[in-house]
Ligand binder design. Structure first.
Ligand code: ADE
Ligand code: ZN
Length: 392
């Protein structure tokens, strides 16, 4: 997939950015530099214009990494760093097919989603005890805090573990205990269990039944794993039953699969959010619907490059999605495998797509409005974003 950035979007970005009271002086692009200068002129018209080649000391750059944000698309199993993989393998007596951490990292070259999933599921063999799931989750939360994450809605794949003989309870209590400790650290969370779409629907239904005794720990259900050939409609009855039990609904769709899978996720499963959804751009009517209904799309830019959904980040459709009025958010998907946590995803798209300040703030605001937080919590987080971008 390849898209190009339109001139009109650059102009629109600049006009919105001029309204911000802090602008970035350390420009990653000509467009951002133009926006920064306009912001300076707007806020101090009587002052002489600074030379364009030097950063203006009056401009305090916004820290994009620590900008308050929510992460809405994060597979906890995808946060297993190679170092922890070896530690857990030793602890649990699991043999890894790699001699060391460096050779693991070297293996992370993927041709498509399936080639990644093969390695990702194999690595899950090191997660055995409740404390393994606890430590994995707490490590993610500590790392996310450094990237300004205030709220995380976290996926887990119970079938990956129960198929190896691990109890559902071991998985869900380990993760949930860490999420409770994370709240003490200042990060709220929700837990979303995903069904593996490459397995039969009857197995997803069994996973749902296993979840019911832990209903209060799990906010929603999702759909992940190999998309092509596994349309959302395959899971109609499973999601209908999940809705009866009051679970929120999300689904991966339009990552590798066609736009029709996004329609099915909405109309057959009742998805409130679409995970990825980048292929919606192939269907203008669908884009119009997603924009009108403001259905959130949890986009994962570095993932899309690593899994060859896009050939390079400079061609990522995120900017076009913003231009189309879609409610997009930026997320990390499986950061241990894809080369960056959410802050790095923000930094990378800012650089590669020359996003302006207003667009980055919009992405952060969307991450809260698209979350399953209540309205009061959303309002608190949006006010915190405003405070972050205002001068002290
Ligand atoms: N499971 C973990 N990461 C995934 C992705 N990017 N797509 C589908 N399933 C996944
Ligand atoms: Zn995902």
């Amino acid at each position: 997939m390849s898209t190009s950035r339109s001139r009109s979007r650059i102009a629109a970005t600049c006009s919105r950015t001029a309204g911000l009271s802090r602008a970035t002086a350390r420009s990653g692009s000509a467009a951002t530099a133009r926006c920064s200068r306009q912001a300076i002129l707007a806020s101090s018209a009587a002052e002489p214009t600074p030379p364009t080649h030097a950063p203006d000391p009056r401009v305090i750059p916004i820290d994009w990494i620590t900008l308050p944000k929510a992460e809405l698309h994060l597979h906890i199993e995808g946060t297993l760093e190679p170092e922890s993989m070896f530690e857990l393998a030793r602890r649990n007596g699991v043999r890894l097919p790699y001699p060391d951490v460096e050779s693991v990292r070297r293996a992370y070259v993927f041709g498509d989603l399936q080639s990644f999933l093969d390695i990702y599921y194999a690595a899950c063999a090191v997660l055995v005890q409740e404390r393994d799931f606890y430590e994995l989750t707490l490590a993610y939360l500590r790392r996310a805090l450094l990237d300004g994450v205030r709220h995380a809605e976290i996926f887990f794949d119970p079938q990956t573990h129960t198929a190896r003989g691990i109890d559902f309870a071991t998985v869900v209590t380990g993760i949930s205990r860490a999420l409770a400790d994370g709240r003490e650290l200042g990060i709220s969370s929700r837990l979303i269990m995903c069904f593996l779409r490459d397995l039969p629907a009857v197995e997803a239904m069994a996973a749902l039944e296993q979840a019911l005794p832990h209903r209060e720990l799990i906010t929603g259900v999702g759909l992940d794993s190999a998309e092509l050939g596994n349309p959302p409609a395959k899971f109609e009855q499973v999601f209908a039953r999940a809705v009866e039990h009051g679970f929120h609904v999300v689904a991966h769709a339009g990552e590798e699969g066609p736009p029709d899978y996004i329609r099915q996720a909405l109309d057959v499963l009742g998805a409130e959010r679409i995970d990825h959804g980048v292929r919606c751009l192939e269907d203008p009517q669908l884009v119009e619907r997603l924009a009108t209904e403001q259905i959130p799309l949890t986009v994962c830019p570095l993932s899309n490059v690593k899994l060859r959904v896009v050939d390079r980040l400079e061609h990522h459709p995120l900017a076009q999605m913003l231009d189309s009025g879609l409610c997009v958010t930026v997320n990390s998907d499986d950061p241990a495998y894809f080369g960056g946590y959410v802050g790095e995803n923000f930094a990378a798209v800012r650089r590669a797509l020359a996003l302006g300040d207003a667009e980055l703030v919009r992405l952060a605001r969307n991450s809260f409005t698209a979350s399953f937080l209540d309205e009061a919590a959303k309002a608190r987080h949006l006010a915190e974003i405003d405070a972050h971008i205002q001068p002290a």
